[in-house]
Design a protein. Sequence first.
Length: 288
Amino acid sequence: MRVTIAQLEVSADHSANVVVVRQACAEAALVSADLLVLPEYASGYDPRGVGIEHAESLAGPFVQLLREQSAETGVTIVAGMVTFPEGAAHGADPGPDRAAAAPRASNIVVVVRGGEVVGAYRKVHLYDAFGHRESDRLEPGDPAAPPLVVTVGDLAVGIMTCYDLRFPESARRLVDAGAQVLVVPAAWAAGPGKVDQWRVLARARAIENTCAVLAVGQAGKGVSGHSLLVGPDGSVAIELADAAAVTSADIDAAGIAAERDRNPSLANRRYTVVPVPTAPTAPLTPTD
């Protein structure tokens, strides 16, 4: 599977972001990539916090761009974005139960292939840490929702995002569902020690699950960059710096299989992951 890592600098200007994303799609097509991974909040970002003001529907311009580009290029695209909460549309009345509170958006990762949205993951672990409170602006996903694993080329790709990387059970649940590669779009907050933690966590998720980890961060103000491709033995094959960059690499299914044969820790384990359920949420659909 050939992957293109698009470590983009994303702004609050959605129209400008469309131009940047289109360029990344062109670079992925140029190298005949099977998979293009964009960062979390690729549709619009503000380092002070992202909420309902940056939300778009799944029928909006950002997803429409991804659908067009995936249809034209044949590349599967994974991208983080913000959409409206359940049952809401842009400008809709929040209703009496929600009117008193500020409306919250949903942080999701969409998977687009052949012009269609083939999967969407709602961020389960909101970033309420290091002085940030995503839960003030975002609604969490249901931890009991089915894990999102899609086949790309000859590999099964599991989807999580950003702060999820700190929770090993999120990765293990995807691997239990068949994932051989973990894809982690992120806007990893900058700060003392944060890049080192990002690197250590990505390597740990790879080692403990004998899988490849593709962790794609944002570049720019307030975020860390340093996108990573980590092998199933924890070796770092690619690490970008903190500036915007696009690069590509191949992930070998045979290499993952060989590492799992050499290190059968998944077969040797004695515990399973069981999600703590919350109120169920309806599936995301590309409607207004």
